[in-house]
Unconditional design. Structure first.
Length: 389
């Protein structure tokens, strides 16, 4: 029997193969498939052929988590985790590439099939392009069309004729995706649009050389987000009368001296952070803190803990908590310039905050620019899971 992860009202179901790696093998919304056979392949061998004694599902901190590991024929060890919360899953793939093991054909990570009739796709480039709308642009899709991206988009949002949307975003580690395995044919994406679905192929290495290409023997990690929305999904409420709570300094967090009850508001743009924690490298979004920094994340979490400790219920509105691009390497514990963005961290924080605040609270993060992404449109949704005893 497959592992099944379900939304509390059965609006969606994700399935992973028991005893096997990879997936989800199927994602359904209201009984209709929207994603099939999410997989990684090494020279044609798919991860669903890898037996995993450790494949299991458990609940922790409001999330439902699938984990697995296995070994490809070439000796490359592989592990995957999928963290489901709300209407999203955050995915991590880890490869331990063996010494003197070439890539003979290609390596794919996160390739999949999207069943159904998809009429358009929203493309967010990993680096803002002058002259194009920011943050993204809708493009119509035509059966028989093939779209090829030499640089991986930061996010793609597919919209189907029935109003269902499926988002496929890269994690914070944009520089890793751009590098791939550091060999020929790194980091390309192909979308093949058919009458009854889209085939998505994402490669991090590809070669036609007879002797193959040789990646450096080391560990490689890649992260991604898949989110979904559907007609009838609960919409984020508009809270116009929330009391804005003043922020003190980075150590004290919120000033709760005037707080009594009811909805409260926190402005992310006013977060007390040092200059080194601000986004850099791009004009759009550069004036906000980068949530990849430990300081920005620590201050936000401190504020949430303060509200949780009041023992009250309510609604927390966080304004201006929108993703943005940055290239300061120190934000991701690297030297020099490393391209990243903080969508992954916003989802991680939101999942943690809802679990910390408890069921008596509602989290709302209204979006000015990024409302087309299901991951952000669904930040208010409950995580949906409780820790197992």
């Amino acid at each position: 029997m497959p592992f099944e992860i379900k939304e509390k009202d059965n609006a969606w179901t994700a399935r992973h193969s028991a005893g096997r790696c990879g997936g989800p093998r199927l994602l359904e919304i209201n009984g209709t498939p929207v994603l099939k056979d999410l997989k990684c392949t090494v020279d044609g061998q798919s991860d669903d052929t890898l037996h995993s004694k450790k494949a299991h599902v458990y609940h922790k901190a409001g999330q439902s988590i699938f984990e697995c590991d296995g070994t490809f024929k070439g000796g490359q060890s592989y592990a995957q985790s999928c963290r489901y919360a709300g209407n999203s899953v955050r995915i991590t793939w880890d490869f331990n590439w063996s010494k003197d093991t070439p890539v003979m054909k290609s390596v794919e990570i996160g390739s999949a099939v999207l069943p159904g009739e998809w009429n358009q796709v929203y493309v967010v480039n990993a680096e803002p392009v002058p002259g194009l709308p920011y943050p993204g642009l809708w493009k119509s899709l035509t059966p028989g069309e093939i779209l090829f991206f030499e640089k991986l988009p930061a996010s793609l949002v597919f919209e189907r004729n029935d109003g269902v949307r499926l988002e496929y975003s890269l994690g914070f580690d944009l520089w890793r995706w751009n590098y791939g395995l550091g060999v020929e044919g790194a980091s390309t994406l192909t979308l093949q649009v058919g009458m009854d679905g889209i085939t998505l192929t994402r490669r991090i290495a590809q070669t036609e050389a007879e002797e193959g290409v040789l990646p450096e023997a080391r560990e490689y990690r890649f992260m991604a987000i898949i989110s979904w929305s559907w007609p009838g999904m609960e919409q984020m409420p508009e809270i116009a009368d929330a009391q804005e709570l003043p922020l003190l300094d980075s150590k004290q967090g919120l000033d709760l001296s005037q707080y009594k009850s009811g909805p409260v508001c926190l402005d992310y743009a006013k977060l007390p952070c040092v200059e080194e924690a601000m986004r850099t490298g791009f004009e759009a979004g550069a004036k906000l803190p980068c949530l990849e920094t430990s300081q920005a994340m620590s201050v936000l979490k401190r504020c949430v803990r303060q509200l949780a400790e009041t023992g009250k219920d309510g609604t927390l509105v966080i304004r201006n908590l929108e993703p943005g691009f940055c290239d300061t390497g120190s934000h991701v514990t690297k030297k020099g310039s490393r391209l990243h963005w903080d969508l992954y961290d916003i989802l991680t924080f939101a999942s943690w905050a809802k679990n910390c605040l408890g069921e008596g609270w509602r989290l709302c993060c209204p979006q000015k620019l990024w409302h087309d992404l299901p991951s952000l449109a669904g930040l208010h949704l409950p995580n949906g899971y409780v820790a197992e005893e």
